[in-house]
Write a protein that binds this ligand. Structure first.
Ligand SMILES: Nc1ncnc2c1ncn2[C@@H]1O[C@H](COP(=O)(O)OP(=O)(O)OP(=O)(O)O)[C@@H](O)[C@H]1O
Length: 254
């Protein structure tokens, strides 16, 4: 495993939901411009970890975090952190596509407008570029003014990816972003993730081990709040070091 500091670096990171210890002394370095998959049985802390990265847990009552979590060497939880800027840099796509009830164009232009871009030509360019990057431009270019809710689930999810890309993030967090999709839409999003890693760092939670094996460069296996093993995906799936990882990937539990 590389010893260089990752774009995201957790050092003795702990998270409690009130008395419940959901993340236990997590140490890992996530490499830049690669895909990292977080796997493990239900309730092991994958989503909790993903959400600590862009401070989505801030709104949950009773959350206590200690230890260190760095984004490009800076503490994500430092008191003067600009959380809006952090979330611009670290975008997120959720399990269920959640386009806003507005046009496809306005969905994608939403973030840039919020960040002060008003110029129509500039917005047009951003919308086109983002939809192209999300591999959905050709399917929607003739209906940009129509509701984003009027397209298929797989298309909605790619619109949500375009919306996340429109503010030019550095990292894209994907929380089971294909679990509600059919195999063809899933495969489109997997291909898209492989394309996007040229420009972005992607961290994805997935229940689908084949998906992790297909797309991820690195895989982290969580169990009961512990990070059991983190390594090259190939190593995790072919010769894991820990017996618990082996049991999980061979389907003996979870
Ligand atoms: N808001 C919350 N308040 C209290 N406990 C929570 C909260 N969110 C999650 N937990 C608990 O923390 C643990 C980890 O949950 P988390 O959602 O991170 O797991 P996960 O590995 O992503 O699971 P799944 O694969 O089912 O989504 C679970 O035991 C869960 O019940």
């Amino acid at each position: 495993m590389s010893t260089t500091q990752g774009i995201i670096s957790a050092n003795n990171l702990n998270l409690h939901y009130s008395e419940f210890h959901a993340l236990k002394n997590i140490n890992l370095d996530i490499p830049e411009k690669e895909i990292t998959a977080l796997i493990g049985p239900s309730g092991c802390g994958k989503s909790t970890f993903l959400r600590t990265i862009n401070r989505m847990n801030d709104l949950v009552e009773g959350v206590k975090i200690d230890g260190s979590l760095l984004y490009r060497g800076e503490e994500i939880y430092r008191p003067d952190q600009d959380v809006t800027l952090l979330r611009k840099n670290i975008g997120m796509v959720f399990q269920k596509a959640n386009p806003f009830p507005m046009s496809i164009y306005d969905n994608v232009a939403y973030g840039p407008r919020t960040h002060g871009i008003k110029n129509k030509a500039q917005l047009d360019d951003i919308v086109e570029e983002s939809l192209r990057s999300a591999a959905i431009w050709d399917e929607v270019k003739d209906r940009l003014k129509r509701s984003a809710l009027g397209v298929s689930g797989g298309q909605q999810q790619r619109i949500c990816i375009a919306r996340a890309l429109a503010v030019k993030p550095d990292i894209l967090l994907m929380d089971e972003s294909t679990s509600a999709l059919d195999p063809i839409s899933t495969s489109k999003i997997e291909d898209l993730a492989l394309e996007l890693k040229k420009d972005y760092t992607i961290i994805m939670v997935t229940h689908n081990m084949q998906q992790a094996a297909r797309v991820a460069d690195k895989t982290a296996f969580f169990l009961l709040g512990d990070l059991v093993e983190f390594d090259d995906t190939e190593t995790i799936f072919s010769k894991p070091t820990d017996k618990r990882t082996e049991d999980y990937i061979t389907g003996r539990f979870g």
